[in-house]
Design a binder for this molecule. Structure first.
Ligand SMILES: Cc1cc2nc3c(=O)[nH]c(=O)nc-3n(C[C@H](O)[C@H](O)[C@H](O)COP(=O)(O)O)c2cc1C
Length: 218
């Protein structure tokens, strides 16, 4: 089913109105993102000079284009012929899912469709970390490992690999943010049990880290 959605209303981004495809499969509304812009950015060495953690966020909105670019940089598909991604993953299991918590709801990034799937409406940003600033960041990314994608590997290996794989994704986000002068901080201080409940995760899904992103407070 195709519908015109007010993205700014449904996702809280600084765009007036655009036409998007919206597919309804039960509660799972799919919102397509603009094509990521993959040819911009500042030179790598300058970006590395600027990479840092910041915990102070303004209320300036992130455009849908910027969100698309951010998610592609994080863990998008950079080789469509093989479906491989911008970050490596152990045995190419691609077990890390990125959930996006905004003021309007929690979405799952679907790299293949370049889309966000609505997981649940409502603002649960404050549950994504134990620090006060998390509810002010426009976007909180939640990195969730799906252990069911990791075959019969021992639990210790699943934990080790999914933590390492998350680190690469998080660094991609750091570099994108440094390039675009966005503020970001990766975070481990999370009440994982409470957040998993709010996100309705399956038992084999494990929250690894979260990462706040937004424009810096002036
Ligand atoms: C695995 C991991 C967990 C972290 N957890 C938190 C956290 O819960 N809260 C926080 O404010 N910063 C957290 N940080 C950010 C670090 O505090 C930060 O990277 C460190 O102070 C160095 O600062 P820099 O990133 O600006 O170089 C975490 C970093 C890593 C790598």
């Amino acid at each position: 089913m195709k519908r015109t959605l007010f993205l700014a209303a449904s996702l809280g981004w600084a765009i007036s109105m655009i036409s998007v495809s919206s597919i309804f499969a039960g509660e799972n509304k799919l919102v397509h993102l603009p094509e990521p812009q993959t040819d911009g950015g500042r030179p790598l060495m300058q970006v590395l000079k600027d990479r840092s953690s910041s915990r102070s966020f303004s209320s300036e909105k992130l455009s849908a284009q910027a969100l698309s670019n951010l998610l592609w940089a994080a863990f998008g598909i950079n080789r469509p012929d093989t479906g491989k991604r911008t970050a490596p993953s152990a045995m190419d299991r691609q077990e890390i899912d990125i959930y996006v918590a905004t003021a309007e709801g929690v979405y799952l990034y679907e790299a293949k469709n370049n889309a966000l799937k609505l997981i649940r409406p409502g603002d649960i940003r404050s549950l994504t970390g134990r620090q006060d600033f998390v509810e002010e960041a426009l976007v909180n990314l939640i990195y969730v490992a799906d252990f069911s994608k990791m075959g019969n590997a021992p639990k210790e290996d699943k934990e080790l690999y999914s933590a390492a794989d998350t680190g690469f994704i998080s660094q991609n986000v750091y570099l994108y943010c440094a390039s675009e002068r966005l503020a970001t901080v990766v975070r481990g201080s999370i009440d994982r049990r409470e957040l998993a409940k709010a996100m309705k995760l399956r038992p084999e899904q494990k929250i690894i880290l979260a990462q706040s992103v937004g424009y810096p407070k002036k």
